[in-house]
Design a protein around this ligand. Structure first.
Ligand SMILES: [Zn+2]
Ligand SMILES: [Zn+2]
Ligand SMILES: [Zn+2]
Ligand SMILES: [Zn+2]
Length: 328
């Protein structure tokens, strides 16, 4: 993969943008030649793509800027705003195409140069499919979620283009013009579906929607470095910050430990979190002093204050660390 790394994620993103511009130009030409609404819907979706790729470029750059006095949690959330706008634009494109194809089912227009139109959209489909798949690979190697998303989008564009090609080709061989508008309507439904999915994920990121998988992964990391005397992790909350995360967690320690000892424990946990989630990830541990109710599940071997026998450590799972109380 060395050849991929000669160029940065930003350079690849610019390349993706240029490819999208070329594709829209080709599809617009195909639309003006044929008058096909299936091709129009394909072109509109690619146009939305260009606008959003441009904003995504800005978001990737801003999101990578380090935290500052005005933005103590960094700038990662901008990526969710970028994704949200993208989703809304895709939905708007879907609604417009819906209306156009509805009108055209009732008033079928005349279509021209269908063979040429089908050829142009087929070529676009092949190009966006190939470039999209390659960008997904590069995005994974360079660990850039935005670039990977660009690739996914281009590849799904190929699906729309194939749909448009099929519609135009069917009209070409059957001469039933209404097929074109019906195919456009189907493409619009696909766009609405895609757009709602993107908006939903963006809202999830903005509202810090809890992710059971992420909580389980965090619990697993903590369990790996767990030491004697660390008990009852609870109240875990995860802020999602684009490419990184901020975790708040309550943890109970023996009440006779010094601040130095408990702080050392929190540093060990934060290092483990950074090894798993990247150098920018943060873990904020709220330290609590143990109470006698916790003795049964506390493995402190030489505890001067123990009031009941140790009966076994509790397993640290995503569910456990998200509890709103120390003990169930
Ligand atoms: Zn700032
Ligand atoms: Zn607590
Ligand atoms: Zn500290
Ligand atoms: Zn104890």
């Amino acid at each position: 993969m060395a050849s991929n790394q000669r160029y940065s994620a930003l350079q690849w993103a610019v390349f993706a943008l240029l490819v999208s511009v070329g594709l829209v130009a080709a599809k617009m030409v195909a639309f003006f030649l044929t008058g096909s609404s299936a091709i129009l819907s394909d072109a509109l979706e690619s146009l939305v793509n260009i606008v959003t790729s441009g904003f995504a470029l800005f978001a990737v750059w801003l999101s990578a800027q380090p935290r500052d006095r005005e933005h103590p949690y960094g700038h990662g959330k901008i990526e969710y705003l970028s994704a949200g706008i993208e989703g809304i634009l895709v939905i708007v494109a879907g609604i417009v195409i819906m209306a156009v194809s509805g009108w055209r089912i009732l008033n079928p227009p005349e279509l021209h140069s269908l063979g040429l139109g089908a050829a142009l959209t087929l070529i676009s489909a092949v190009i966006s499919g190939a470039v999209g798949a390659y960008l997904m690979k590069v995005g994974r190697v360079l660990e850039s979620p935005s670039l990977e998303a660009d690739g996914v989008h281009l590849r799904s564009d190929a699906v729309t283009s194939l749909g448009a090609t099929l519609g135009v080709f069917l009209v070409f061989i059957t001469d039933i013009v209404v097929i074109d508008a019906i195919v456009a309507g189907l493409l619009a439904i696909w766009l609405l579906w895609e757009g709602f999915g993107v908006v939903r994920r963006a809202v999830g990121g903005i509202l810090d929607e809890a992710s059971p998988d992420l909580l389980n992964e965090i619990a697993e990391v903590l369990e790996e470095v767990r030491e004697e005397g660390w008990t009852a992790p609870h109240h875990a909350k995860v802020h999602r910050l684009g490419q990184t995360i901020h975790i708040d967690l309550h943890m109970v320690f023996p009440r006779y430990w010094t601040i130095e000892e408990t702080h050392e424990a929190s540093v060990i946990m934060e290092r483990a979190i950074r090894r798993r989630f990247g150098a920018k990830a943060e873990l904020m541990v709220h330290m609590e002093a143990c109470r006698p109710q916790g003795c049964a599940s506390c493995d402190m071997s030489e505890c001067p204050l123990r009031e009941s026998e140790f009966s076994g450590r509790d397993a640290w799972t995503g569910e456990r660390i998200a509890l709103s109380v120390r003990h169930k």
